[in-house]
Design a protein around this ligand. Structure first.
Ligand code: AHG
Ligand code: MN
Ligand code: MN
Length: 334
């Protein structure tokens, strides 16, 4: 992980990265810049949400029956219109929209998945929230009309993915498959400044992150693993520390920086897990793998799951490689 001595903006960095590929058309670079712009606008609104009356519910339910907060809709609109403007994205799938959203340019070659506002239950209490994106190429087909099935590609086909964390500062991290780059928003100049250009997750961490309220309905192997995390053993730095923010982006960003494991398992309430494969798990798995970590549903690599529906969910175990390998041994033994 190298720290930069000269200030490099997100825009400059994207252009420099593009210049390393002589045949690049610049379209993916444009798409990333569009997301950067929407992120700045969302960040500004997040920071003044209490003043401008953007806190609180807007009254409708999203496709998952959860109440939609005003900022969710604001973020959804900003991201979709930023992508629509540059005419290189043909289709968007967002948590806030039931079906696919076809954009004006159906000739555009990218398909983008969005969780426009992640951690929305934390909006009203001033706790970190985020945005997540995941980018695929439209696959060539005989028919021209774009349909949902065009978007059902496994995570290993992602050409880019990233997140924005609206925390004590606003951070944008992304990958195009060549490591993870992270930028911090300097609000005084309105620019994302490169903080790290090859982020690596610690091989092993001492933090576990899971909503323990559902303990009684977990599978046996997971219960035993969490007890293992809590047992005292000076040689393996146990007991581990428990941390759970309830915004996946924030929990994953901490996991990336400090190491450890984040788990959202199957439970009685969510037999197939709660987190969405296409716009929560795959993009964050791509980031974590590019940083040297692992992401599994307990059996399969998250990015190899073949999707059947755009809003499907999956259990997820993600983080430092040694922690994820350890939980897998517990799951397999029970
Ligand atoms: P969203 O706000 O996009 O619906 O996502 C919330 C998700 C995720 O961010 C978080 O990790 C998880 O829900 C928390 O769920 P529990 O409250 O069940 O722990
Ligand atoms: Mn979410
Ligand atoms: Mn959301």
């Amino acid at each position: 992980m190298s720290k930069q001595s000269r200030l490099v903006t997100l825009e400059e960095y994207i252009i420099q990265a593009q210049n390393k590929f002589p045949g690049a058309t610049g379209e993916l670079s444009q798409l990333l810049r569009d997301i950067g712009l929407a992120a700045k606008i969302i960040s500004r609104e997040v920071n003044k949400a209490g003043i401008t009356n953007l806190l609180g519910v807007d009254g409708s339910m999203n496709v998952h029956g959860e109440s939609v907060k005003k900022l969710d809709l604001f973020a959804d609109n900003q991201l979709i219109s930023a992508l629509d403007r540059s005419q290189i994205t043909c289709m968007v799938i967002s948590e806030e929209n039931d079906g696919v959203v076809r954009l004006n340019s159906d000739g555009g070659k990218y398909i983008v998945y969005l969780d426009p506002l992640d951690g929305s239950s934390n909006i009203d209490v001033n706790v970190s929230i985020g945005s997540i994106f995941s980018v695929y190429m439209k696959q060539p087909r005989y028919e021209n009309a774009l349909v949902e099935v065009d978007a059902l590609q496994p995570g290993i086909r992602q050409v880019a993915a990233g997140y924005v964390l609206y925390g004590s500062s606003t951070i944008l991290a992304y990958t195009t498959g060549l490591g993870v780059s992270a930028f911090t928003l300097d609000p005084s100049i309105g620019e994302f400044i490169l903080s790290f250009d090859d982020y690596k997750i610690p091989e092993q961490g001492t933090i576990y992150s899971i909503n323990e309220g559902s303990y009684n309905s977990w599978q046996e192997g997971l219960k035993k693993y969490i007890k293992y995390c809590q047992q005292e053993d000076i040689n393996t730095l146990r007991p581990y520390t428990a941390r759970y923010i309830g915004s996946m982006v924030a929990d994953l960003h901490r996991t990336l920086v400090k190491g450890g494991i984040f788990i959202y398992p199957a439970s009685k309430k969510y037999p197939e897990g709660k987190l969405r494969l296409m716009y929560e798990c795959n993009p964050l798995a791509f980031i974590i793998e590019q940083a040297g970590g692992l992401a599994t549903d307990g059996e399969k690599r998250i990015m190899e799951i073949v999707p059947e529906a755009i809003h499907q969910t999956t259990p997820i175990y993600i983080g430092s490689p040694q922690n994820v390998e350890m939980v897998k041994t517990f799951l397999q033994a029970n």
